[in-house]
Design a protein around this ligand. Structure first.
Ligand SMILES: *[C@@H]1O[C@H](CO)[C@@H](O)[C@H](O)[C@H]1NC(C)=O
Ligand SMILES: *[C@@H]1O[C@H](CO)[C@@H](O)[C@H](O)[C@H]1NC(C)=O
Length: 828
C-alpha cells in the first residue's frame, strides 16, 4: 500500500469521527452547511458545487461546474440575481427545511422555491448528472425531488436536463444567457420551447423571436436537418398532454457535451469536451447562417442561401415591394385564392417548414385526408405530413400567412401550399411551353451537332492521324514490332513508347538526386523532357516473370484508365531488361508528405482534407466500377495518393498489382503486394483480396487523413491499440472528435462532416468483407445525410507485428486467391 492509500484511509477515518475532512461529500444534511472554501462533489466526481467569481468580477456566486475539467465551466448558478460581495456565503437547510443561501449569517440571498410543505428530514445532494436536488430522506431515493436545479436552468443545457414545459402545472424550463461574462444575471437572449399545438424550439431576444427550429417531424426538427443520430449524444423530443420537452443524453459517460447560450451574441453553441487537447470543441452552433434569421424574407418568401438576393418569393407569388428590396414585407399571390374547394395545391420541397404558431397536428390522418381537410377549411394555407418516418404520416395544417421558410440544398421537407386553380393551370401551361421550347431547342441542337460533328469528325480524323504520324517519327509505339492484329493496332497508338536515351537524358542518367522515392515496384525518378515537360519515371525492378508482350498489353490497358483522380500514364519504355513507366509529374508529391508532417499538415485544413477524401473515393470508384477493366488496387495508402498543384488527389500505382506480382500462373507463386497497416485481415492472413480489401485500405487512409496519424506505428501511451483500435475506442466512448488531427486545431471544421467521415471509415474497416460498404456506397454516404448503419468492432485492433504473412515468403497467396484475382480482374 502506498502513502496515498494511507492518506485516503485516514481521511475517511477523520471524516467519520470528526467531520473535519471534507474530502468528498455530496450531501448536506439539516445540521450542516456549506461555506466558502468548501464544495460538494457528486459521488462519481463529475460535478462540483461551490462558490466562484465569474470573469473579472469579485462577486461571489454559488454554482455548479465540472470537477474533472480544468477549464472552469460553470453550468448552473444559484444566486444569479443577488451576488454576495464577501466570503460570508453559506448554503444550508434552515429550520423550516428550506434550502437557503445566506450571507452575513442573516440575509437570505437566494432560496430554493418549494411548493410543497417539507418535513425536517430533507437533505440536499449533488447528483452525478450535475443536478442539485432537495429530497426527503424518509422517502429514500424514491420520492420525487422537492426541488431540483435542473428545473431552474442558467445558460447551459447539459445531458438529462429537460428544456420545455410541464403542461400539468404550466411550469417552464428555459435557458437564459448571462448578461455578460462577469455577470450571470439573465441577459436578453433566451432559448426554450414555444407552447403551442405544434411546439417548436425558439430563441428569443427579449420577447422577440429570433430563431425557430421548425416543428418536430419524428426524426428531427424541420429546420435542423443536420441533427441526426451521432456517436456523441442521443436526443429526444417529447410532446404529449403532460409534457413538451427537448432533452439529450450522452452516449457514454465520457462523452461530455453541453449547449450554452452565448451572452454577447444571439448564438447557441454545443461544445464537446476533448480530453486529448483538454479543451472544449465547438460541435454545432445555431443560427447556422443568415437564412436562420427569423422571418427574414417575410410571408411567402423563402430564404435560399445560394441565391442573390437570398430572399425569393415562392412560385406563384411576387414581391410586395420590388423597389425598396424590403424583404420583410414578404410576397403576395399572383392570383387570389377562392378559399373554396375549387383551389388546389402546389408542392414545394426541400423546405424548412413555416412558423407553426398557427398550425394544427392530427397524427391519425393520412396525407390524402389532410389535403381534403385543408381544402375544406377556408383559412388553411398549407399542409404536409406531420411525421416523415416511413414515407410520411399524420397531418399538419397551417392557418394564415406562411412565414420563415428556408430552402435546403439537401434534406428539408415537402409542403403543399394552397393556390388558385388558375395559378396551378398557368403553371402547368408554363411548364408545358417550357418543355416544348426545350424540346425544340434540343432537337435543333441535336441535328446541328450531328451535322457539325460529322464535318469535324472527318477533319479531325485526319488531324489525329497527322499528329500520330509525327509522334511516331520520334517515339515508337509500345507495340511496335510485335505481331498484333489490325484491330489492336488502333488501340496501341494510345500509348507512346519512349526511348531509353530520352529517359536517361531526362533523368540525368537516373541520377540519385533525381530520385523521388522508392515505390513498391522500384525507384521513381523525376525527369524533364526536352520540351520542358516534367515527368515521373518509374523504373520497374526485374521481378516480373511476365512475358514482354503480356507486359505491354497490361500497360496499354492501364494507359486507357483515365480519370482526374488517377495519375496519368504518359507512356512506357522497354529496352532490354529495362521496363519503365512514364507518368505526369505531381509537384506536391504524395499525401503522406503532408498529413504526417508536423508543419506541412497545416496546409490541409478540414475542407481540403474532405475534398481529398472525396477525390480518392471517385478515383477508386472508377477503378472498381467505371473503368472498362475492374482494377483492384491492392496497395492503396497515403504515399500512393499524389497531389497536383491544386492539391487534388490522384491515385498512383493502380493496375500495377495486376501487372506485377499479382496474377500468377499455376505453380508460379508471387508475393503478396500491399503494405502493412493497410491490408485487410483476409488479405494479410489468407491472401484473399477483392474490392472490399481495397475498401479496408481506404478506410484506414481516411482515418489517417482525419487524425494525421499513421495506422502502423501508431503509439499511444495508454494502450497498445493501433489507429483503428483507437478510433473504435473513442467511437464507443462517444468521443470521436478526439481523433481529429490537432493540427486542425480550432479551425472551424464541419464537425458533423468529420464525424460522418469517421463513421464511414469504421464501416470500411469492418472485420468481414461483406460488412464493408463498396465504394459506390461510400460515395453516397459521403454526400448524403442519410442515417448510416452502426459499425461493429473493426478488424485488426492491435498492432501485432506477427499478423500477416511474411512478404518475402509469399506463402499466403493460395490457389483460391488466384481464382479470385483472375475473376475479378476480368475485363468487363
Ligand atoms: C454569525 O453567527 C455566529 C454565531 O451564530 C457568530 O459567532 C458570528 O459572529 C456571526 N457572523 C456575522 C458576520 O455576523
Ligand atoms: C460567446 O462568444 C464569444 C465570442 O465567440 C466567446 O468568446 C465566448 O466565450 C462565448 N461565451 C460562451 C458562454 O460560450
Amino acid at each position: 500500500m502506498d502513502v496515498r492509500g494511507l492518506l485516503f484511509i485516514s481521511c475517511k477515518f477523520l471524516l467519520f469521527f470528526s467531520g473535519l475532512c471534507y474530502a468528498t461529500i455530496d450531501t448536506i444534511s439539516p445540521s450542516k452547511s456549506l461555506s466558502e472554501g468548501r464544495t460538494l462533489v457528486s459521488r462519481d466526481g463529475t460535478f462540483e458545487l461551490g462558490f466562484f467569481s465569474p470573469g473579472s468580477s469579485k462577486n461571489r456566486y454559488l454554482g455548479i461546474w465540472y470537477k474533472k475539467i480544468p477549464v472552469q465551466t460553470v453550468v448552473w448558478v444559484a444566486n444569479r440575481l443577488n451576488p454576495i460581495n464577501d466570503s460570508s456565503g453559506m448554503l444550508m437547510i434552515n429550520g423550516t427545511g428550506h434550502l437557503v443561501l445566506m450571507s452575513q449569517n442573516t440575509s437570505v440571498v437566494w432560496s430554493a422555491n418549494l411548493t410543497k410543505q417539507v418535513s425536517s428530514s430533507v437533505v440536499v445532494q449533488l447528483l452525478d448528472t450535475g443536478n442539485l436536488v432537495l429530497r426527503d430522506e424518509q422517502n429514500g431515493d424514491l420520492g420525487a425531488y422537492l426541488w431540483q436545479s435542473f428545473d431552474y436552468p442558467s445558460d447551459t443545457l447539459i445531458a438529462e436536463m429537460k428544456l420545455g414545459w410541464d403542461l400539468r402545472n404550466g411550469f417552464e424550463r428555459r435557458i437564459s444567457a448571462w448578461r455578460s461574462p462577469d455577470d450571470p444575471s439573465p441577459g436578453d437572449f433566451s432559448w426554450g420551447i414555444e407552447k403551442q399545438e405544434n411546439p417548436e424550439i425558439i430563441m428569443w431576444k427579449g420577447s422577440k423571436k429570433v430563431y425557430r427550429s421548425g416543428p418536430w417531424n419524428g426524426i428531427g426538427f424541420s429546420g435542423a436537418p443536420e441533427l441526426r443520430p451521432n456517436p456523441v449524444f442521443r436526443y429526444n423530443f417529447v410532446s404529449n398532454e403532460e409534457e413538451v420537452y427537448y432533452m439529450f443524453n450522452a452516449t457514454s459517460r465520457s462523452a461530455i457535451s453541453r449547449i450554452v447560450m452565448n451572452e454577447t451574441s444571439n448564438v447557441r453553441e454545443r461544445f464537446v469536451w476533448n480530453e486529448e487537447n483538454q479543451s472544449w470543441k465547438l460541435y454545432a452552433s445555431v443560427p447556422r447562417d443568415r437564412c436562420d434569421t427569423y422571418g427574414l424574407c417575410g410571408s411567402y418568401g423563402v430564404c435560399i442561401l445560394s441565391a442573390s438576393p437570398i430572399c425569393q418569393c415562392l412560385e406563384g407569388f411576387q414581391s410586395r415591394s420590388v423597389e425598396s428590396m424590403d424583404w420583410s414585407q414578404g410576397c403576395i399571390r399572383n392570383k387570389p385564392v377562392n378559399y373554396s374547394k375549387a383551389d388546389g395545391f402546389i408542392k414545394f420541397d426541400g423546405l424548412k417548414l413555416p412558423d407553426a404558431t398557427h398550425s394544427s397536428v392530427n397524427k391519425s390522418m393520412n396525407i390524402k385526408e389532410c389535403r381534403e381537410k385543408c381544402l375544406e377549411k377556408s383559412s388553411c394555407m398549407a399542409y404536409t405530413a406531420s411525421d416523415i418516418r416511413g414515407g410520411g404520416s399524420g397531418c399538419t395544417m397551417w392557418f394564415g400567412d406562411l412565414i420563415d421558410m428556408k430552402q435546403f440544398s439537401a434534406g428539408g421537407q415537402d409542403l403543399y401550399i394552397r393556390m388558385s386553380a388558375s395559378e396551378i393551370g398557368a403553371n402547368d401551361e408554363k411548364k408545358t411551353t417550357l418543355i416544348i421550347v426545350f424540346t425544340t431547342i434540343a432537337v435543333v441542337a441535336g441535328v446541328l451537332s450531328l451535322i457539325v460533328g460529322y464535318y469535324i469528325h472527318k477533319n479531325k480524323g485526319n488531324l489525329v492521324g497527322n499528329v500520330i504520324q509525327s509522334a511516331m517519327s520520334e517515339r515508337t509505339e509500345c507495340n511496335q514490332g510485335s505481331s498484333h492484329k489490325k484491330d489492336d493496332s488502333k488501340e496501341d497508338l494510345e500509348l507512346p513508347l519512349f526511348e531509353l536515351d530520352t529517359i536517361s537524358n531526362a533523368t540525368d542518367n537516373f541520377s540519385s538526386n533525381k530520385k523521388l522515392g522508392e515505390g513498391g515496384f522500384g525507384p521513381v525518378y523525376k525527369g524533364t523532357l526536352l520540351d520542358g515537360q516534367e515527368i515521373a519515371v518509374k523504373r520497374l525492378s526485374k521481378i516480373s516473370g511476365q512475358g514482354l508482350n503480356e507486359f505491354k498489353n497490361e500497360v496499354i490497358l492501364i494507359a486507357k484508365l483515365q480519370h482526374r483522380n488517377l495519375v496519368k500514364l504518359l507512356g512506357c519504355c522497354i529496352e532490354g531488361d529495362e521496363k519503365m513507366l512514364i507518368y505526369e509529374f505531381m509537384p506536391n508529391k504524395s499525401l503522406d508528405a503532408f498529413i504526417f508532417d508536423q508543419t506541412r499538415c497545416k496546409v490541409l485544413d478540414w475542407s481540403k482534407r474532405f475534398q481529398i477524401i472525396c477525390g480518392i473515393t471517385r478515383g477508386l470508384l472508377y477503378l472498381h466500377q467505371d473503368s472498362r477493366l475492374r482494377i483492384i488496387h491492392r496497395d492503396l495508402k497515403a504515399s500512393n495518393v499524389l497531389l497536383d498543384h491544386e492539391m487534388n488527389p490522384k491515385i498512383s500505382d493502380f493496375g500495377l498489382a495486376r501487372t506485377f506480382g499479382g496474377e500468377q500462373s499455376e505453380g508460379n507463386t508471387k508475393r503478396v503486394v500491399g503494405t502493412y497497416g493497410y491490408m485487410a485481415p483476409e488479405y494479410a492472413t489468407d491472401g484473399l483480396f477483392s474490392v472490399k480489401s481495397d475498401v479496408f485500405s481506404f478506410g484506414i487512409l481516411m482515418l489517417e487523413i482525419i487524425s494525421g496519424k499513421k495506422n502502423r506505428g501508431f503509439y499511444h501511451p495508454d494502450h497498445n491499440l493501433n489507429l483503428i483500435g483507437y478510433a473504435w475506442k473513442l467511437w464507443k466512448e462517444g468521443k470521436p472528435l478526439e481523433l481529429i488531427d490537432s493540427a486542425l486545431g480550432d479551425q472551424s471544421c464541419n464537425l458533423s462532416e468529420v464525424i460522418r467521415c469517421i463513421h464511414i471509415s469504421l464501416l470500411c474497416v469492418q472485420q468481414y468483407p461483406e460488412e464493408r460498404p463498396n465504394v459506390s456506397s461510400v460515395v453516397v454516404m459521403l454526400h448524403s445525410e442519410n442515417v448510416l448503419p452502426e459499425p461493429k468492432q473493426p478488424g485488426f485492433l492491435m498492432d501485432r507485428k506477427s499478423q500477416g504473412p511474411d512478404p518475402s515468403s509469399g506463402k499466403a497467396e493460395s490457389s483460391s486467391t488466384n481464382e479470385i484475382t483472375i475473376s475479378l480482374l476480368e475485363a468487363r
